[in-house]
Design a binder for this molecule. Structure first.
Ligand SMILES: NC(=O)C1=CN([C@@H]2O[C@H](COP(=O)(O)OP(=O)(O)OC[C@H]3O[C@@H](n4cnc5c(N)ncnc54)[C@H](OP(=O)(O)O)[C@@H]3O)[C@@H](O)[C@H]2O)C=CC1
Ligand SMILES: CC(C)(CO)C(=O)C(=O)O
Length: 341
């Protein structure tokens, strides 16, 4: 089985190192810069518990070198995945499945849903339908990422907690390809249930990311603080309730309530959310798949999202002033255009 990890960073690197130990799985890694150079020189290293696992596998920044795969696991940040959609094409054979191993609302979200929004494209996560057209939603397998990991040095990933990657077909079927993927993931030591309702699980994760991540970036507070400080907890709750109403209109079932979800996040402890880490490292912020897409879905189902809108506006502006989020001049307007005679 040929498995390519597109984006062998914190999460992709964790998956890649462990999958490379499974007999019969030929893993290749796509990375870049000093991280790629270190992987080529010393292998990709994973610090996990007291151990260090090392994978010496093919690593490149050029997908054309690898050819068609059985599975492409996309573990890029969501905006990066949109950018490289055309470079995925050489990896795609007739039956290649593409696993979106990311936070947020995936670009294929409305593929095959059984409601009025069937096959609707989300402009905020897939402008110009780039991934939809170049990759094709029929290839997509959803994946919810529960672990926390970090790149600590070029070529080195540190595992912090968790080993679960839930997967599922957009149409809810327990397909042969999902079962095959789950089997190799389990052999690699992960928990990899195949779920019949992957969108419910995507929302459950998204529920936390859409509030904790931007609030932590805006305040520099860790997850435990955001979830327990009365003010930020109340703001998180308000954002989550808005999101829950949107999800409910789209047929999503939330299997825990808001308080339980926030308490679960608090128990993770003094974790710097990925958006806070990106801010501190000067890396582009993953705002659109976590927040803007939820706002877009809210407009779609005719629901107001005042708390989400406010936090989104603030974190977008933070991103822009730090050069970590795109500026669209046509949206920004000019002070002159706002002068009222
Ligand atoms: N890390 C975590 O604990 C968690 C992450 N997630 C989600 O998982 C997804 C992946 O996140 P994460 O692993 O943290 O991200 P990382 O930035 O650690 O990994 C992405 C990797 O892909 C590389 N990359 C980007 N563009 C290209 C390209 N064109 N060619 C080759 N390599 C490229 C990046 O390089 P460069 O650094 O040069 O950009 C980076 O090494 C995100 O959606 C995130 O929200 C979910 C739960 C937890
Ligand atoms: C830890 C957690 C769950 C915070 O919402 C996360 O997914 C992140 O940091 O991106």
């Amino acid at each position: 089985m040929k498995v390519c990890i597109y984006g062998a960073g914190a999460i992709g690197g964790y998956l890649g190192v462990e999958l490379a130990q499974v007999e019969g799985v030929e893993v290749s890694l796509i990375a870049r810069g000093s991280h790629l150079a270190a992987i080529r020189e010393n292998g990709l290293k994973l610090d996990i518990g007291e151990e260090q696992h090392v994978a010496k596998v093919t690593a490149t920044d050029d997908p054309k070198e690898l050819g068609p795969q059985d599975f492409v696991i996309v573990a890029l940040k969501t905006h990066q995945a949109w950018e490289i959609a055309d470079q995925m094409v050489p990896l795609l054979g007739p039956d290649t499945a593409v696993v979106t191993c990311q936070n947020g609302v995936p670009w294929w979200y409305f593929h095959g849903v059984d409601n009025a929004y069937r096959n609707l494209r989300l402009n905020t996560v897939d402008p110009d339908d780039r991934q939809w057209d170049l990759i094709g939603p029929q290839r997509a397998i959803g994946c919810v990422v529960y672990p926390a990991t970090e790149i600590t040095a070029p070529g080195v990933i540190k595992h912090t907690y968790g080993n679960k990657f839930a997967i599922g077909e957009p149409d809810g079927s327990i397909s042969e390809r999902c079962q095959r993927l789950s089997e190799v993931l389990e052999k690699a030591g992960f928990k990899a249930p195949v779920l019949p309702n992957i969108r419910d699980e995507i929302w459950l994760k998204l529920w936390g990311n859409l509030c904790f991540n931007p609030i932590s970036a805006l305040t520099r507070a860790t997850l435990d603080v955001v979830a327990t400080d009365p003010g930020t907890r109340a703001l998180s709750r308000n954002m989550m309730e808005e999101a829950q109403r949107i999800g409910a209109r789209l047929g999503v079932h939330f299997r825990v309530d808001v308080e339980r979800r926030i308490n679960g996040a608090a128990r993770v402890g003094a974790h710097r959310t990925s958006m806070l880490q990106d801010l501190e490292k000067g890396r582009q912020l993953e705002i659109d798949a976590l927040l803007t897409a939820v706002q877009e879905m809210g407009r779609l189902v005719d629901l107001q999202t005042p708390h989400i809108d406010s936090v989104l506006a603030l974190v977008q502006q933070l991103g822009r002033t730090q050069g970590l989020y795109p500026v669209f001049p046509e949206e920004a307007g000019s002070p002159e255009s706002l002068v009222v005679d």
